[in-house]
Design a protein. Structure first.
Length: 109
């Protein structure tokens, strides 16, 4: 998404589930939007566990990212997860790393 669309789009982040007509139309009710948010957290956790971290929903407005040692940071939206993960862990956390993707694929089988 370009920066202009982010500015004109309002306070919601483009990765958030929306109830607007034509956008995530299957998520028209609050319960389904919560389910979709939980699914996104679950997918992020499949990757984050490889780095020794865990993501949880925080009041439906933010996310809480935690390490195994208890370091925790609130993350505003999904696009900020990786920068926060690197900050908390002190190492590069690339969710598109080929070795990581191979491990994730092997775990699915």
């Amino acid at each position: 998404m370009c920066a202009l669309c982010g500015v004109l789009g309002g306070s919601d982040h483009w990765t958030d589930v929306a109830a607007r007509p034509g956008v995530f139309t299957r998520n028209t009710d609050p319960l389904e939007r919560r389910r979709e948010r939980a699914r996104r957290v679950s997918v992020a956790n499949r990757i984050l566990t490889q780095f020794g971290m865990r993501l949880s929903d925080w009041q439906g407005t933010s996310f809480q990212l935690s390490t195994l040692t208890g370091k925790t940071e609130l993350v505003e939206n999904l696009s900020h997860i990786w920068a926060s993960a690197e900050k908390l862990s002190g190492r590069v956390c690339d969710p598109l790393d080929p070795a990581l993707l191979r491990r994730l694929e092997a775990a699915r089988d």
